[in-house]
Design a protein around this ligand. Structure first.
Ligand SMILES: CSC[C@H]1O[C@H](OP(=O)(O)O)[C@H](O)[C@@H]1O
Length: 349
């Protein structure tokens, strides 16, 4: 049985925090060294690192970068104030993926609860980020194992955006079941929505599946319906950026439409994600803040205008799929079926 190699999205090499610049994919593999919180904030904001779990781990390392340069003889109280300041700054990079604030809160708490000097605080912040990365990496394999069982007997699946290894620090979320199935000899054919406007599907999902030797067909977002009607896929599987307490799912823009198409064609619509993406404090999808991004992402491609100057543009980065359109939620702690409210509380307990 072959094993799938994960994309090294963001990691600590013993000295520096480095990341794969996903804005350069698929044509270039450029690795960046991130030196401070301003660079980390920019990297998250501009999607050099992206995907809810990957954003969380990146921000956790960013929190350490925010105190790394403090002299060890800095009064502990000053260091703690600096850490909290950097936590708030990094939390503002992108609003929708709950992993960003969740990871920062987890790692800040671990650091602040560690007694001692500023040197102890700095060390604890780094160790918290390293531990988070390890936990989230292991989580993706468990998502893959739970999800692979749901894909048994299928030949094709459709996915939207990139919820693969490049969106996490392991096998991915939506693609993890596909990778685990491939490792077990069940090689599915993936139809990848290109996912306008930033094309994470065409640029990143297709790239990582090709690297893994999993057959992939890139389609435009408008082709999803005909692919379903022609029976080329037996299920849809996507990732998530925030799951509300009632099971409503925020994910890349276009996901809601794909869920409606799946329902219209009698196909299961699976959402895969770690329990760290479940947010019980958000009651339903109407309470999820949807990131609005720059008009130029829609009106331009490669610096070339594809719409008249000054035209109005609507560019939400995410939409919300109502829980009633979700067949099942695949987490590292098992598969949750509707009604979701209790099941989500159980896996978060
Ligand atoms: C495993 S989370 C992946 C999730 O994140 C993506 O958004 P973005 O590329 O803007 O970070 C998309 O919603 C994916 O499903």
């Amino acid at each position: 049985m072959r094993t799938i190699d994960a994309v090294d999205t963001v990691s600590f090499d013993g000295t520096e925090v480095t990341m794969l610049d996903q804005t350069r994919l698929p044509g270039e593999r450029v690795r960046l060294t991130i030196q401070d919180t301003a660079q980390m904030h920019e990297a998250i904001r501009t999607l050099r690192v992206r995907g809810a779990p990957a954003i969380g781990v990146a921000a956790a390392f960013g929190l350490w970068l925010g105190v790394r340069a403090l002299p060890d003889d800095t009064p502990r109280a000053e260091a703690e104030t600096q850490l909290r300041r950097e936590q708030a700054y990094l939390a503002g990079a992108r609003p929708t993926a709950v992993n960003l604030t969740w990871a920062l809160e987890r790692c800040a708490a671990e650091a602040l609860q560690t007694p001692g000097s500023t040197a102890d605080l700095k060390r604890a912040a780094l160790e918290a980020a390293i531990r988070l990365r390890s936990d989230e990496e292991a989580t993706t394999r468990r998502i893959g194992e739970h999800g692979a069982a749901l894909l048994a007997g299928l030949q094709g699946v459709l996915t939207h955006c990139n919820a693969g290894s490049a969106a996490t620090v392991g096998l991915g979320t939506a693609l993890a079941p596909i990778y685990v199935a491939a490792e077990r000899g069940h090689v599915l054919h993936v139809f990848a929505d290109e996912t306008r406007p930033l094309l994470q599907g065409a640029r990143i999902t297709a790239w990582e599946l090709q690297e893994a030797g999993v057959p992939v067909t890139v389609i435009t977002d408008s082709m999803a319906a005909v692919v379903m009607r022609q029976g080329k896929v037996g299920a849809v599987i996507v990732g998530c950026d925030r799951v509300a307490a009632n099971g409503d799912v925020a994910n890349k823009i276009g996901t809601y439409g794909v869920a409606l198409l799946a329902r219209a064609h009698g196909l299961p619509f699976y959402v895969a994600g770690p329990t760290s993406t479940i947010d019980l404090a958000t009651p339903d999808g109407d309470h999820i803040e949807i990131e609005q991004r720059a008009a130029q992402e829609v009106t331009h491609h490669g610096g070339v205008a594809m719409a008249p100057a000054g035209v109005d543009v609507f560019n939400p980065a995410f939409d919300v799929t109502p829980a009633e359109l979700v067949t099942a939620l695949i987490t590292e702690r098992g598969v949750i079926y509707p009604p979701y409210t209790q099941g989500l509380r159980d896996v978060k307990a």
